[in-house]
Unconditional design. Structure first.
Length: 283
């Protein structure tokens, strides 16, 4: 009953609130009805009221599958907790922790922690792995999978296969919210342009079909310059098209092929999204 009540609250919030988001790597705020995208506009951790952090810890349990790039989120969450224990997380490798005063995350699948597409959504076997986690952990009410660099080379048809598979899982698990994700923005040249197109494809699908999106690429491309007190987006030109790309401030390999600062920015975005899904009206 506790799980049902929390899920009802999530669904009411998603249906009734007009979300203010940034829907593209290269645009400013856009009003989107019935969907939610978390991006660089949603990383001010101190703006989230403490009671909604508590609500996340009490009401939400996340299944998160990823490879190395996706570890940026978990690294960020862990570093945020070290700096401020209020944002407590418990991340279990192939299991769901039961820590009472932490946001609990099942990391990976039951028998793997490095989760490529075929181990989550791309094959029938991978989808069965995902189903097993959800079937065997009834407290989980959110699931998310992160890209590596597949979007650099994926066709529109391959991106559609991802969207179709997640939609199938949504139908099978109506009490679980599946969070879609864009691919990282590190690629340049033709690969980066292809990634940009595929990410736009995912954004459009989420906007058209009332989905929840974690915009990894947007978070890659934007850096807040504390000296100038403004956001700065990095792009490169591809045949006349400005293509967003990972900001040079985030170039490094401290964790997950990037800097700790980039990881923390994404960790902040995770907390923001979780607070919204828990019922926080950010307006």
């Amino acid at each position: 009953m506790k799980k049902l009540n929390s899920l009802i609250l999530i669904l009411i919030t998603l249906c009734c609130v007009t979300w203010v988001t940034c829907s593209n790597e290269d645009s400013n705020a856009t009003i989107i009805e019935g969907t939610y995208t978390v991006n660089h506009n949603n990383v001010a951790l101190a703006d989230i009221p403490g009671e909604w952090i508590d609500s996340v810890i009490i009401n939400l349990k996340l299944h998160y599958a990823h490879t190395s790039h996706g570890s940026q989120l978990t690294t960020g969450l862990n570093r945020i907790e070290v700096a401020e224990p209020t944002y407590s997380v418990a991340i279990g490798s192939s299991f769901l922790p039961t820590e009472a005063n932490a946001f609990c995350i099942f990391d990976g699948q039951e028998s793997e922690t490095y989760i490529t597409p075929e181990l989550y959504w791309q094959t029938s076997e991978g989808m069965d792995y995902t189903r097993a986690v959800l079937d065997n952990n009834s407290d989980i009410n959110l699931s998310m999978w992160s890209w590596c660099c597949q979007m650099d080379s994926y066709s529109a048809e391959e991106a559609d296969a991802y969207l179709d598979s997640i939609s199938t899982l949504e139908q099978e698990f109506p009490d679980v919210i599946f969070i879609y994700m864009t691919g990282n923005a590190q690629g340049t040249g033709a690969d980066g342009y292809n990634r940009y197109l595929r990410n736009q494809q995912i954004r459009q699908f989420c906007s058209d079909n009332d989905k929840i999106l974690f915009d990894f690429a947007d978070l890659d491309a934007w850096y807040y310059d504390v000296n100038a007190q403004e956001w700065d987006q990095e792009t490169y030109d591809y045949n006349g098209t400005p293509v967003p790309v990972e900001h040079s401030h985030f170039h490094g390999n401290e964790a997950g092929h990037t800097t700790y600062e980039s990881c923390e920015q994404k960790g902040n975005a995770v907390w923001w999204l979780m607070a919204v899904l828990s019922g926080w009206d950010e307006s």
